[in-house]
Design a protein around this ligand. Structure first.
Ligand code: ZN
Length: 330
């Protein structure tokens, strides 16, 4: 109970001094080694305190990684609305109307003189392009402000195609899809059409990631797969991204002294020689350990990618590469 008091005081103190800039803040504190971990998340974290021997990191890591934010840019010729979607929740940040009167010219002015009409048409088109260039700036703002790295373009196909064309490469490469929806759509309608696009992209990303992992592991060098190899690399602090199938669990062993993790029983720890004890789920412990070592976590949840990873051993990781820099002295 004393440990709990120490921990809650320490965390309360941390939160009091912390200026929260995001929607949620998650703090983990371990009294045994003074480990304090925090992360801002762009979704409303429920106020809750958990206390236990095992750190409750895994579901958290899953939530953070799965619900990578998506920015949605809804445009027509004279309006832009910007949304971000995270953890299935959507927010509207900007609704901007450009000067509508200039664009209406095409429809309202007389067509009696063809030359004049096409001149006005050109002017209107130029206005739309200028509006869309403004939208590009808005997108940049949204990406910087909300840490979004995935963009959905929404609106009529003609306008989204125009916008896509003028996007600088760095933004164009972040577009994960387009949806055809009216500028007057409700926020819920925008969410409904965007969720499947974000989900499909996530599935494709997972498939590609597992494919890369397995390929790299086969070549030996940049990645490992399988519980034994992954734990070995993790024990050595070599994992920078841990990839784990959602349904994968396995009993294992932990060193009583240096906390190294093993998939098979042995008489003593291969690092320090201390006795090992059995733990119910070494995978859960591996995720916890990886988070503490600053590794990124990716939990594979889509059916196809998950079964591919299960076939490869359920877990794996990309290794930190060591960069040797050779300098020349002048
Ligand atoms: Zn040991």
């Amino acid at each position: 109970m004393k440990a709990f008091q120490t921990a809650s005081e320490r965390v309360a103190d941390f939160v009091a001094r912390y200026s929260v800039g995001a929607r949620g803040l998650i703090v983990i504190f371990d009294t045994s080694d003074g480990f304090l971990w925090n992360r801002e998340v762009d979704f409303p974290a429920q106020n809750q305190i958990r206390w236990g021997k095992e750190v409750f990191i895994q579901p958290l890591a899953v939530a953070i990684d799965e619900y990578e934010g998506v920015g949605i840019v809804l445009v027509d010729r004279a309006t832009v609305r910007l949304f971000t979607m995270s953890l299935g929740a959507i927010d509207e940040h900007i609704r901007e109307e450009f000067d509508r009167t200039k664009i209406r010219h095409t429809k309202t002015t007389g067509m009696n003189r063809l030359g004049s009409a096409s001149h006005l048409q050109r002017k209107a088109e130029e206005q739309v392009r200028s509006n869309l260039r403004h939208v590009v700036k808005d997108i940049d703002w949204m990406l910087a402000q909300h840490g979004v790295r995935r963009i959905i373009l929404a609106g009529s196909p003609q306008v989204t195609a125009k916008l896509h064309k003028i996007l600088p490469k760095r933004l164009a490469s972040e577009v994960i899809g387009t949806v055809d929806i009216a500028i007057s759509a409700t926020i819920e309608e925008v969410r409904k059409v965007s969720v499947p696009v974000a989900q499909k992209f996530e599935w494709e990303t997972e498939k590609a990631l597992v494919r890369d992992l397995v390929t790299e592991a086969a070549k030996a060098g940049r990645a490992v797969v399988g519980l034994g190899h992954t734990l070995h690399a993790l024990n050595q602090g070599r994992i920078w991204q841990l990839i784990c199938a959602d349904g994968f669990h396995s009993p294992g062993y932990e060193c009583s002294r240096c906390a190294a993790l093993f998939s098979v029983e042995s008489t003593s720890c291969s690092f320090c020689g201390s006795p090992l004890y059995r733990i119910d789920d070494v995978v859960h412990r591996a995720v916890d350990r990886a988070v503490r070592k600053g590794a990124r976590i990716k939990v594979i949840r889509s059916e196809e990618a998950e079964s591919a990873l299960m076939n490869a051993g359920g877990i794996g990781g990309f290794l930190r590469t060591v960069l040797y820099v050779l300098g020349m002295m002048a």
